[in-house]
Design a protein around this ligand. Structure first.
Ligand SMILES: [Zn+2]
Length: 690
């Protein structure tokens, strides 16, 4: 047994045994060697840690998407000095014309953005698609499976949702190559993709609790017509009795009940005086004043004794006397317990709510439908729009500040929504122009563009010499002054035959509620039909259930005939051409999903758009009607040659234009990653290295 100078018993420890055998000098030398080797080991440890975590590369890419920013409006306001941060980017970096997809619709364009491919490879051609066996429309971007339940009680298979977008996103490629990606609110990212080591919060495509793009509720004592509105709203007439109103909130359809009825939650309102009321839902109460939004009400919907799901909504008290009017926004998934995953990792949406408070989860987050139906006014709409946009900016900053990414993407939506709703107030020739409102709200679109400029200004400090910044939009905007009923045109030109004059006016609820479609179409004598935003399908033998047009020459000549006639369609009132181009699918798409594309895609001229009724398969009496709706600006179904988006970057490029499919290969090239062959885009070339 040997005792060393520290008096420690160490016969079992060879290290201490050796120490005891050295004299003081050699001990000192040994200590120096030991210290040196520890520091070398430490250094190696650090560098190997960095090597195992290459996700934080030196090079960074930040992409800010602003849906629907129009190049002409933007240029004008940059010239006037109203958008200083964006002007700075234009002057010191790049501002290019940005080619969009055909059709220039958000789900189509953002899918091509993600994959760098044309719609023939993403399989997303429109908001809607149709089942040729039933002629029934359905949402194009995702498919739901309701799950399986034993005795309608015990879940044996979870309800799920699958994305219909094909192809691989560039953030998936980047994350598979070890880069850390933060992808927030990009459209068509529901259900959330796995981005290994990164984060993703789903955007456009996340439904509300009813499975729709946003069903609002409106309660009033002066309601004339109760029920569903054309574009998704529940209108309820209420009665004040003894200063109390007792009514209901429409929850999700209960797929566990035989009749699949809506789950209804009691809503109680206590009138306090002419200005205040107390809202009570389940065990939460809140006193509201007229002209005030409530905080979020988290609502529990019980499907059966075992299963409950959570949603949340905000109320706005419009008036109490002489008429009581109350608005409830669409019920969003509760981010702390969403019924379906809306983020990757699944817990990310919850952590975010803990960081910044409750936030809207609904993909179509801004309440356009309620303003479209005149249930809320411009003031309430804009208040909610800026609340939503500020909350989005807060989410962006919360994650940007973490600096834990190589690739960062955030897509904002308010720019698109405000232009849909307020174009009528910047266009004096619009049928829905209102001078008084124009004086009050004519600057609403500019204000949202200025908000974008402010957001870009907040991001600029995060853009160093190694960071590439892109500010992009997926398409531009146009006035939507007149609506064209394509099915009516098909009927009047002998391509579609009706079995009776009795038609039907469609409501969005028909789509989600699986209403009766095409009730008066004689399919045996119909050669073509229109559905969605500018899509025409041939009633093709062997493909459609009651197809009559033979593939081959008959199909070809029918399409030629329709193309020629539609391109010459003149609005008899204005003498203008309503349509700029009609495209055969094989001329604009290539890829594995070409067969799922509409046979013809119609590209409208400035001022004209396909009608809402056509989009839902409706056949109203007139071909062209004035659009007097608040939904007054659009891009869907406009010809892509006049609907470009914007592209700005901090890096200089000598290119004259770029395309939305170029972003994916450009990002991969910046990170020195191979560009997959199937990508249709080409990397944008820059004059300055990063
Ligand atoms: Zn839009």
């Amino acid at each position: 047994m040997v005792w060393n100078r520290w008096g420690r018993e160490n016969d079992s420890d060879p290290f201490f045994l050796c120490l005891a055998m050295f004299n003081r000098k050699s001990l000192l030398l040994l200590l120096i060697i030991l210290l040196l080797s520890i520091s070398v080991a430490f250094l190696f440890h650090n560098s190997s840690k960095e090597k195992s975590n290459p996700g934080l590369s030196e090079k960074k890419v930040i992409i800010l998407g602003f849906d629907g920013i129009d190049p002409d409006l933007l240029s004008g306001w940059m010239d006037e000095g109203k958008l200083p941060n964006l002007k700075d980017l234009r002057e010191n970096g790049t501002f290019l014309e940005f080619e969009t997809t055909n059709p220039p619709e958000s789900p189509v364009a953002w899918s091509s953005f993600a994959t760098g491919t044309n719609p023939g490879k993403t399989g997303i051609f429109d908001f809607l698609r149709r089942d040729p066996q039933t002629y029934m429309p359905d949402l194009a971007t995702s498919s739901f499976s309701e799950g399986k339940f034993l005795l309608r009680l015990f879940p044996i298979e979870k309800p799920s949702v699958a994305s219909n977008r094909k192809g691989t996103s560039f953030w998936q490629i980047a994350s598979q190559n070890g880069l850390k990606c933060t992808v927030l609110q990009a459209p068509v990212t529901f259900p959330p993709e796995k981005v290994q080591g990164g984060k993703l919060l789903s955007g456009l495509g996340v439904p509300d609790i009813r499975g729709t793009e946003g069903t609002f509720s409106y309660y009033a004592t002066d309601v004339v017509e109760e029920g569903d509105t054309e574009m998704g709203g529940k209108i309820t007439r209420v009665k004040v009795e003894d200063k109390k109103i007792r009514t209901i909130i429409y929850g999700p359809r209960n797929r566990l009940s035989k009749s699949r009825e809506d789950i209804l939650i009691p809503l109680e309102i206590q009138i306090m005086n002419d200005k205040q009321a107390i809202i009570k839902v389940q065990d939460r109460k809140e006193k509201l004043e007229i002209g005030q939004w409530s905080d979020w009400f988290v609502i529990k919907f019980r499907m059966n004794p075992l299963i409950k799901i959570y949603g949340m909504g905000r109320f706005y008290l419009i008036s109490i006397r002489p008429e009581f009017r109350l608005y409830l926004c669409p019920i969003n998934f509760y981010p702390k317990k969403p019924p379906l995953p809306i983020s990757y990792p699944e817990s990310f949406c919850k952590r975010l709510a803990e960081d910044i408070g409750l936030y809207k989860t609904l993909g179509w987050a801004i309440d356009t439908w309620a303003l479209s139906e005149n249930r809320i006014d411009e003031e309430i709409f804009l208040e909610d729009l800026f609340y939503t946009e500020n909350q989005r900016a807060k989410i962006m900053m919360n994650e940007l500040k973490k600096k834990d990414f190589a690739l960062f993407i955030f897509v904002f939506q308010a720019s698109d929504r405000v232009q849909h709703m307020f174009w009528r107030l910047i266009d004096k020739t619009h049928p829905a122009y209102d001078r008084e409102k124009a004086e009050k709200y004519g600057d609403a679109i500019l204000k949202v563009y200025q908000k974008m400029d402010e957001i870009v200004g907040e991001v600029i400090p995060f853009v160093d010499d190694n960071t590439t910044l892109f500010v992009i939009s997926d398409h531009g905007f146009h006035p939507f002054r007149k609506a064209l009923n394509l099915n009516t045109w098909l009927v009047k030109n002998g391509y579609m035959t009706l079995s009776s004059e009795k038609g039907k006016e469609y409501k969005l609820e028909d789509l989600f509620g699986r209403g009766e479609f095409w009730p008066n179409v004689d399919w045996q004598r119909t050669r073509a039909y229109a559905l969605g935003l500018g899509c025409i399908y041939v009633n093709l033998k062997g493909r459609e259930a009651y197809g009559v047009v033979k593939p081959g020459d008959e199909y070809k000549s029918l399409r030629e005939e329709i193309v020629a006639k539609l391109k010459n369609l003149i609005d008899p009132v204005s003498g203008k051409k309503a349509i700029l181009g009609v495209y055969k699918r094989e001329d604009i798409y290539k890829g594995d999903y070409l067969d799922e594309a509409p046979d013809l895609v119609v590209g409208f001229n400035e001022g004209y758009r396909v009608s809402w009724q056509t989009a839902l398969g409706g056949i109203p009496p007139e071909i062209i009607v004035e659009n007097k709706s608040n939904w007054s600006g659009d891009h869907c179904s406009f010809d892509p040659s006049i609907t470009q988006g914007i592209f700005l970057s901090n890096r200089k490029s000598a290119q004259g234009s770029a395309s939305i499919v170029d972003i994916a290969p450009t990002v991969l090239e910046i990170f020195n990653l191979p560009i997959p062959e199937e990508m249709d885009g080409k990397p944008i070339t820059f004059l300055t290295a990063n």
